[in-house]
Write a protein that binds this ligand. Sequence first.
Ligand SMILES: C[S@@+](CC[C@H](N)C(=O)[O-])C[C@H]1O[C@@H](n2cnc3c(N)ncnc32)[C@H](O)[C@@H]1O
Length: 214
Amino acid sequence: MAGGEREPLRKLQDHYFKQAKAEGYRARSVFKLEELDQKNHLFHRGMKVLDLGCYPGSWMQFAGKKVGAQGLVVGVDIQELNLSLAANMAFIHQDIFKLDLATLAQYALRWDLVLSDMAPSTTGNRVADSERSFALCSLALDTAQLYLKKNGRCLVKSLQGVAQERLLKRMREEYTKVKNLRPQSTRKESKEVFVLGIGKKGEEQHDNDIIGTL
Ligand SMILES: C[S@@+](CC[C@H](N)C(=O)[O-])C[C@H]1O[C@@H](n2cnc3c(N)ncnc32)[C@H](O)[C@@H]1O
């Protein structure tokens, strides 16, 4: 291998990459979720969790353990998930742009926690990448507005800069408390940040009202 090719590979296979592999997780991003959970108590037993952009599945693996047998973790991704799913997990192979209530209602009508680790394919153009990121974040927030319980939580990955500012503005309108988070395991050169909305505002929707819209 040429010297120039060695550096990126070394960076990719960093400490977290190796640790994820050793612990049987599908991706190093599990440690971001673990750290966010340790500091913000995202999970509890019996929770229903919707994981948007779940492939290759490390967040599902982690969330599945945290919510336990009485809980539920449903992942959605445009990529097929070749992960053996525990009894408390399910996968929807779909573009989030096309996700609807009828599909989600097969699993649950309302959710306790919506996670979005969705990332757009980047172009290298700062403005275009920011727009794409914001579009995905907006969809995650739309999904949370529709299906998250009152007082529920929503964690969304964004990019630092304009996209993040717009995301924060919207989330402050929709959640009682909003936190800007950057886990230590995020690569130094990465522009990603996470925004956590705590306490979804608004009225609780009753099951019959939701079913009526089906
Ligand atoms: C960084 S990965 C998620 C990693 C995952 N949290 C894990 O720990 O294994 C981002 C995912 O978002 C998905 N994604 C991007 N746009 C999407 C869309 N419109 N609908 C569904 N999934 C999407 C990608 O296919 C990709 O698998």
